[in-house]
Design a protein around this ligand. Structure first.
Ligand code: DGL
Length: 273
């Protein structure tokens, strides 16, 4: 495949996407770590959840959204989704010459942090079944027990903005209990939607269990990559949001998760199908 080369404008924005609103948990870390950047965010809520899709379907969505963001002038892309990174980051890096930052469950820091020798990983089935995750365990999971748990339905709760509903708590209880039963003292939030139910997870896990998520590390990596390419922007800021889903619903949930009232635009039809 031939990489798409364009003139990259250091004043340009950073494009960020996820299967839905989960990547906003990463966007918050990017906002505080890189205050001068203009941030474009695409929530692919019409196609959520990615966890249940094939790698080929996820690659097609990742390509469409990246094309859209590059069309908006993006000088770098953050795949704010563990599932999409596992399925599509290699393809995106072949296809585009701008920095593409992906993310993966924070197994390495969790292995360093555990005292009980048992680490729990909450993630989507797509992430847990991926070759990338197998390689991550192979490289960093040695010498401790890593207990994985796919969390069917939890992404959808966050998409609906049901962050503390009884049904959400019930799901969290069901998924955290097996990790605790095995003695996990460190839990990796391996999906970008899960930091939005972190409090529930912490309540179910109780004191003495540490949560680890990847948002800060992604923001640091983005900072490093932009600096390397001379693309860091010291001042400016601002955010723009798009959705492939229903705009009114997206505005309500994005505003709630982002923490202030924002406008969300509908992605053009060709970026939705
Ligand atoms: N937020 C995504 C992740 O980090 C994917 C959720 C989904 O759509 O299944 O894995």
């Amino acid at each position: 495949m031939i990489a798409v080369r364009r003139e990259v404008n250091p004043e340009g924005p950073v494009g960020v996407f996820d299967s839905g609103v989960g990547g906003l948990s990463v966007l918050k870390h990017i906002r505080s770590g890189l205050p001068g950047e203009t941030l474009l965010y695409c929530a692919d809520s019409h196609h959520t959840p990615y966890g249940a899709k094939s790698p080929e379907q996820i690659q097609a969505r990742a390509l469409t959204l990246t094309d859209f963001l590059v069309g908006q002038g993006a000088k770098a892309i953050v795949v704010a989704c563990n599932t999409a990174t596992a399925a599509a980051v290699v393809m995106l890096r072949e296809r585009f010459s701008i920095p593409i930052i992906g993310m993966e469950p924070a197994v390495k820091p969790a292995v360093a942090a555990t005292k009980s020798g048992v680490v729990g990983v909450l993630a989507t089935v797509g992430t847990l079944k991926s070759a990338q995750f197998a390689a991550l365990l192979e490289n960093y999971g040695q010498g401790v027990e890593v207990v994985t748990q796919a969390c069917h339905g939890l992404v959808e709760c966050v998409e609906r903005g049901e962050l503390d509903a009884p049904a959400t708590r019930e799901l969290v209880r069901r998924y955290v209990a097996p990790l605790l039963a095995r003695g996990a003292d460190t839990i990796v939030l391996g999906c970008t939607h899960y930091p939005f139910v972190r409090e529930l997870i912490e309540q179910e896990a109780g004191v003495g269990v540490t949560m680890i998520d990847t948002g800060t590390a992604v923001a640091r990596q983005l900072h490093r990559r932009l600096a390397e390419h001379g693309l860091l922007r010291p001042a400016g800021g601002g955010e723009r949001f798009w959705t492939s889903g229903e705009v009114a619903q997206a505005e309500s949930v994005v505003s709630r998760l982002w923490g202030s009232r924002v406008t969300v635009a509908r992605l053009p039809d060709k970026a939705v199908e």
